[in-house]
Write a protein that binds this ligand. Structure first.
Ligand code: CO8
Length: 260
């Protein structure tokens, strides 16, 4: 029997598919779902055959409609201080695999923040993406105020957050909130496989260190971030994959990374 009830996990040729599976609640992120997402992320982290984690929402309507508002209603001030959803999304951002979010429909509040914690977002035209927390008398609290500003700039992020407006997939791609755009929800899987396929051809140490240098370096002053990049490069210089990648170029053939 599967250890998951609120998510589905499938592994296929280096890809870990994580499907949020409460479509009747628009995949709202309640405590049980969040705990299973964390368990799945831990599973993906330890699996050496996995290079890419793809997060998607079951059904055609919703990626995730945000934190469970019924549970949110009872939360006390100190409960906002625990790592909670923000801690989980930090963990996803720091994951040693590349991550891709497939936004089929609603990605609101904590759902939008989950997508923004991934490295790459692919949105369908009918996606509805936004941070509507102010409508509920709260503010985005799972990285939304910070990640959205870093991804699309402070001015656009303030507009999204203060108005609570929802944008579709095309607009999300136009402003850089989504990296890729597809017309139909049905096209998301195919597009995800194309993007993931490019990443799967790379070595896992290089994937991990490249994303770490970008994510962690972004919050540092430039000089320190440049050192982080140098130190990361020193690590990959010591790998077999670096020898293979450079040798393959010289020998005019495709690199066959040994993943070490
Ligand atoms: N929480 C709980 N239940 C939800 C949620 C949600 N976020 N979203 C949808 N549902 C439930 C509905 O209550 C409904 O349940 P039922 O059938 O039992 O009445 C079911 O899903 C279907 O919903 P609708 O009938 O509303 O479906 P529609 O297709 O008409 O509308 C929407 C879909 C537009 C997504 C609508 O449901 C909606 O507006 N949902 C709320 C969106 C929202 O405000 N999200 C932000 C939540 S706050 C947040 O995410 C904060 C994160 C940071 C927290 C940090 C804490 C420290």
């Amino acid at each position: 029997m599967s250890q998951y009830e609120n998510v589905r996990v499938e592994k296929e040729e280096g890809i870990f598919w994580l499907t949020l599976n409460r479509p009747e609640s628009r995949n709202a992120l309640d405590a049980a779902m969040l705990s299973e997402i964390e368990k799945a992320i831990d599973e993906a982290e330890k699996d050496e055959d996995i290079k890419v984690v793809i997060i998607q929402g079951e059904g055609k309507k919703s990626f995730a409609a945000g934190a469970d508002i019924k549970q949110l209603h009872d939360k006390k001030p100190l409960e906002a201080l625990v790592p909670g959803m923000q801690g989980l999304y930090d963990k996803i951002e720091s994951l040693n695999k590349a991550t891709i979010a497939l936004v089929n429909g609603y990605a609101l509040g904590g759902g939008c923040e989950l997508a923004m914690a991934c490295d790459i977002r692919i949105a369908a035209k009918q996606a509805k993406i936004g941070l509507p927390e102010l409508n509920l008398g709260i503010i985005p609290g799972a990285g939304g105020t910070q990640r959205m500003a870093r991804i699309i700039g402070k001015g656009r992020a303030l507009d999204m957050i203060l108005t609570g407006k929802m944008i579709d997939g095309k607009e999300a791609e136009r402003i850089g909130l989504a990296n890729y755009f597809v017309q139909e929800v049905e096209d998301l899987t195919g597009e995800a496989k194309i993007v993931a396929g490019k990443i799967l051809k790379k070595g896992p140490v290089a994937i991990q260190l490249a994303k770490m240098a970008v994510h962690k370096g972004y919050d540092l002053d430039e000089g320190t971030a440049m050192w982080l990049e140098k130190i990361s490069q020193a690590v990959v210089f010591g790998t077999e994959d670096k020898k293979e990648g450079t040798r393959a170029f010289i020998e005019k053939r495709k690199a066959e990374f040994q993943n070490k």
